[in-house]
Design a protein around this ligand. Structure first.
Ligand SMILES: Cc1cc2nc3c(=O)[nH]c(=O)nc-3n(C[C@H](O)[C@H](O)[C@H](O)COP(=O)(O)OP(=O)(O)OC[C@H]3O[C@@H](n4cnc5c(N)ncnc54)[C@H](O)[C@@H]3O)c2cc1C
Length: 445
C-alpha cells in the first residue's frame, strides 16, 4: 500500500532517497525538506568554478525544479525541520506546523567543524557548501588579493589549487606535517606540495589556527607561527555529522557522531531511516565506523534507504572508500588505508611500491604513476592502496577498492592482465609492478 515518506535533506542522500522511495512504488507520497534554495546541483564542482576550470555555476545544476514536480516529488525549499516526534510520527516544520509521516528519512548531511577560536563570527570567513552563497563569494573573489585556507582537508586541497589557479595569493595552514595528514602518506602528497610551491602557494604545516583578526571583517589569521594578513579565510575544517535533529529525537548516535544504521539504512527506531554524511557505516576491513564519506556514498545510501522506506528491499555494503582528486599539478588517490592510517590503527601490513607510467614510454603526454599497495602479512590479501600520478588514478582507485572488497591478494595482482595500448596504457601496469615488489618484500621479511 502506498505510504507517505518525509525526507529531511535535499542533498545527494535526500534526493537519492526520494528516487528510491518512488522506485519502490511510484504511488508513494514523497515530501522533501531542505534549508537551501536549490536541490540537484553538484557542490563538488564549486571549487572548479572558483578556479575558472568550469566556466559557470549553471553547469553544476543536474535537474530542474520542474523535473521533480513532474516526478511527483514535493520539495519544500528554504524550509527548516525543527523537530521530530518519533512516538507520534510527526516532524515539526517552520511555517508549516506538524507534518505526519509513515516513514521518515533523515539526510541532514554534514556541517564543518566549528573553528573554535576567537573571531569565528567575523565576516570574510567562507564555508564552501551552498551554491547560491558560492555564486556571491565568486564575485568577492574577483577583488581578493590574499586568501588563507584553513586545513588541508580534501576540500582544503581543492580550494588551495582553485585559488592558486585563479591567481590569488594563497596560504594554507594545517596542524599536521603534510597535507591530508590523516588520509594520505607523506610521499604521496610530496609532489603535490612541490607543485603548489611552483604555483606560488605558501604552505604553513605544523601550524595551528589561533584566531581570526579584524573589526567586522577578517583582516588576518592568527596562527601558532604568527599572523597572516588575509582578505578572506576559507574554512575547510573536518566534516561533522549534522545529527542535532536525530539526537534530540532520541535516535542512537555512534562514536563518530553519525546516526547508527543497519545494512538497510534503518536507524534504532522503526520507520526511521538515515543516509549520507549524517550516518555512520562500518569500514569493510577494519570494521571501524566511518562518517562523512563522499557524495557518491551519500547518494547510494539514500537510494537504499529510500527503497526500503518505500516498501522495497535493498542492502548497503560495508565501505572500502576509494578516493581521488586533482591536487596541484597531480592526481592523488587510494583506497582504505595508506601506511600512515594503517600504522595509526595498529594494522600490520606488507608494502609493495613501484613507479610506473600511464602510457607507452614513447607516447606524448606519458605521465608517472606511483602505486603503493598494503597487504595482510600472512594471507597477502590487499587491504589498502595509495597513488600519485599525472593521470589514471581514479580508475585504479575504483579497481583497487573492488580488489580489496573481493579479497584479491598481491599474488593475484602481480599476475593481473592489463591493457597495453600506447596512448592509454603501458606494457607494465604500475599496480602489477607494485604487487610484484610486495611479493618480493614479503619473501624477504
Ligand atoms: C564544496 C564541496 C565539494 C565536494 N566535493 C565532492 C567530491 O569531489 N566528490 C564527492 O563524492 N563528494 C563531494 N562533496 C560531497 C560532500 O562531501 C558530501 O559527502 C555530500 O554532500 C553529502 O551529502 P548529504 O546529502 O549526506 O548531505 P549535505 O550535502 O550536507 O545535504 C544536507 C541537506 O540537509 C538539509 N538539512 C539539514 N538540516 C535540515 C533541517 N533541519 N531542515 C531541513 N533541511 C535540512 C540541507 O539543507 C541539505 O539539503 C563535496 C561537497 C562540497 C560542499
Amino acid at each position: 500500500m502506498p505510504q507517505k515518506t518525509v525526507i529531511v535533506g535535499g542533498g545527494a542522500a535526500g534526493l537519492g532517497a526520494a528516487g528510491g522511495v518512488k522506485a519502490a512504488d511510484p504511488h508513494n507520497e514523497v515530501v522533501v525538506y531542505t534549508q537551501f534554495e536549490d536541490v540537484a546541483y553538484s557542490p563538488c564542482g564549486i571549487p572548479y568554478v572558483h578556479g575558472r576550470e568550469i566556466p559557470d555555476f549553471e553547469s553544476l545544476f543536474l535537474a530542474s525544479k520542474e523535473a521533480y514536480v513532474q516526478a511527483g516529488i514535493d520539495i519544500h525549499y528554504e524550509t527548516e525541520v525543527t523537530g521530530i516526534d518519533l512516538r507520534r510520527k510527526v516532524v515539526r516544520v517552520a511555517g508549516e506546523g506538524e507534518v505526519s509521516y509513515d516513514r521518515l528519512i533523515v539526510a541532514t548531511g554534514f556541517t564543518y567543524a566549528h573553528p573554535g577560536v576567537p573571531g569565528s563570527d567575523l565576516d570574510g570567513l567562507y564555508y564552501v557548501k551552498n551554491i547560491r552563497k558560492a555564486m556571491e563569494w565568486d564575485k568577492i573573489l574577483d577583488s581578493v588579493r590574499v586568501a588563507v585556507v584553513v586545513e588541508a582537508s580534501p576540500l582544503g586541497v581543492e580550494m588551495v589549487t582553485a585559488l592558486a589557479h585563479r591567481g590569488i595569493e594563497t596560504h594554507l595552514i594545517d596542524p599536521n606535517p603534510w597535507a591530508l595528514g590523516e588520509t594520505a602518506d607523506p610521499d604521496i602528497v610530496a609532489p603535490v606540495e612541490e607543485s603548489w610551491r611552483e604555483m606560488g602557494v605558501h604552505l604553513h604545516f605544523d601550524t595551528r589556527l589561533e584566531g581570526f583578526v579584524g573589526e567586522e571583517k577578517v583582516t588576518a589569521v592568527r596562527t601558532s607561527k604568527g599572523e597572516l594578513p588575509a582578505d578572506i579565510a576559507v574554512v575547510c575544517t573536518a566534516k561533522e555529522a549534522n545529527n542535532r535533529l536525530a539526537a534530540e529525537a532520541g535516535l542512537k548516535i555512534g562514536s563518530t557522531g553519525g546516526i547508527i544504521v543497519d545494512e538497510r539504512m534503518a536507524t534504532s527506531h522503526p520507520d526511521v531511516f538515515a543516509a549520507g554524511d549524517c550516518a555512520e557505516l562500518p569500514h569493510g576491513v577494519s570494521k571501524v565506523p566511518l562518517q562523512g564519506l563522499t557524495g557518491s556514498h551519500a547518494y547510494a545510501q539514500g537510494k537504499v534507504a529510500g527503497l526500503n522506506a518505500g516498501g522495497g528491499s535493498a542492502t548497503y555494503q560495508p565501505v572500502y572508500v576509494p578516493w581521488g582528486m586533482a591536487a596541484g599539478k597531480w592526481m592523488i588517490g587510494g583506497v582504505s588505508f595508506g601506511e600512515t592510517l594503517a600504522t595509526a590503527l595498529g594494522i600490520p601490513y606488507v608494502l609493495g611500491s613501484a613507479e610506473g607510467i600511464s602510457r607507452a614510454r614513447y607516447y606524448p603526454g606519458v605521465k608517472k604513476i606511483k602505486v603503493k599497495l598494503l597487504a595482510e602479512p600472512e594471507s597477502l590479501r590487499l587491504i589498502g592502496a595509495q597513488m600519485v600520478g599525472g593521470e589514471g588514478i581514479k580508475e585504479r582507485a575504483d579497481f583497487l577498492a573492488m580488489a580489496v572488497k573481493v579479497g584479491l591478494t598481491l599474488r593475484d595482482l602481480a599476475t593481473m592482465e592489463n591493457v597495453y595500448s600506447p596512448p592509454i596504457g603501458a606494457l607494465n601496469e604500475p599496480i602489477a609492478l607494485a604487487a610484484q615488489n610486495g611479493l618480493a618484500a614479503a619473501k624477504g621479511s
